[in-house]
Design a protein around this ligand. Structure first.
Ligand SMILES: *[C@@H]1O[C@H](CO)[C@@H](O)[C@H](O)[C@H]1NC(C)=O
Ligand SMILES: *[C@@H]1O[C@H](CO)[C@@H](O)[C@H](O)[C@H]1NC(C)=O
Ligand SMILES: *[C@@H]1O[C@H](CO)[C@@H](O)[C@H](O)[C@H]1NC(C)=O
Length: 254
């Protein structure tokens, strides 16, 4: 409910003073050979230094690998949170790596930064200047066989700065105020960062029209006689009365 209020407020602000520069190409990083015609376009809005985003990241790759690029296209948007002091710089690093590697190393970069998340925390870098942190990021780029010099030059590039800001601004216009956030075909899905491949499959299989496996949890629920158990998302159950339908991602509604 808090989120809906926030959405309304941000939509209002957007309508009044929203001027986001037009991107020269679609925003976000596509995983692998993700096909723009895939029926499931799964967007993940991740904080580059957010521990919950770190938890969700490997599962997202698993989901994309499991379904393949013809069925699921994974797109990652970076939403660096201001209270993770070095995360905007990490997001810039991802944009640089994306350009330097023509997109080939971008997801490896995201994973490599998550693997060192503690070294970039506010506490661990309290005494470090930005240039020291930049050098730490450059060494991650080097570990991906990219040129550290080229990384450092592009770190000052205004186009890199602009594309990093643009992905952030875009995410803000979608009403996202937390990470990780997920959308399927541009609609927010109330997925948890802890969801497993099995949880995601429960949702995606339904959308792809495959048989949805009956959930064990349904038998455990205690809906009153005359009502129907509705597991509208993995682990989220409501009891639908007569006339209400069980709508995935929504719950019991008329
Ligand atoms: C993307 O998917 C469409 C529809 O399934 C298919 O026609 C097209 O060949 C695919 N493109 C690539 C590059 O695989
Ligand atoms: C990226 O990968 C593609 C396909 O594997 C390859 O053709 C291309 O040369 C690579 N680009 C760079 C910059 O590594
Ligand atoms: C930061 O510097 C102060 C003063 O030199 C020192 O007392 C503190 O232990 C340092 N903190 C870290 C995390 O290195």
């Amino acid at each position: 409910m808090k989120y809906s209020a926030l959405l309304v407020v941000s939509a209002f602000i957007g309508a009044v003073c929203g001027q986001v520069p037009l991107p020269s190409k679609p925003l976000g990083f596509t995983y692998g050979k993700g096909n723009t015609s895939a029926p499931i376009q799964l967007s993940a809005f991740l904080g580059p230094l957010c521990p919950d985003s770190l938890n969700a990241f490997p599962t997202l790759l698993q989901v994309a690998d499991h379904y393949g690029s013809q069925n699921v296209r994974l797109i990652t948007h970076q939403f660096p949170l201001p209270y993770h002091r070095n995360s905007f710089l990490a997001a810039k690093g991802a944009q640089i790596v994306d350009v330097l590697s023509s997109g080939n190393q971008t997801y490896r970069w995201l994973g490599a930064v998550y693997a060192q998340i503690n070294e970039f925390s506010n506490d661990a870098t309290h005494n470090k200047t930005e240039s020291v942190v930049q050098a730490m990021y450059a060494s991650i780029a080097t570990s991906l066989q990219l040129s550290g010099n080229a990384f450092n030059v592009m770190y000052k590039d205004s186009a890199i700065e602009e594309s990093t800001r643009l992905d952030w601004k875009y995410t803000a216009t979608r009403g996202v105020a937390w990470t990780p956030a997920f959308m399927i075909n541009d609609v927010l899905i109330q997925a948890e960062p802890t969801w497993t491949l099995k949880d995601w499959s429960q949702v995606i299989d339904g959308l792809l029209g495959s048989q949805r496996p009956p959930s064990k949890r349904e038998t455990l629920s205690s809906c009153k006689i005359g009502t129907k158990t509705c597991e509208y998302l993995p682990g989220k159950v409501e009891c639908c009365t007569k006339g209400e339908a069980c709508i995935p991602n929504v719950g019991c509604r008329c």
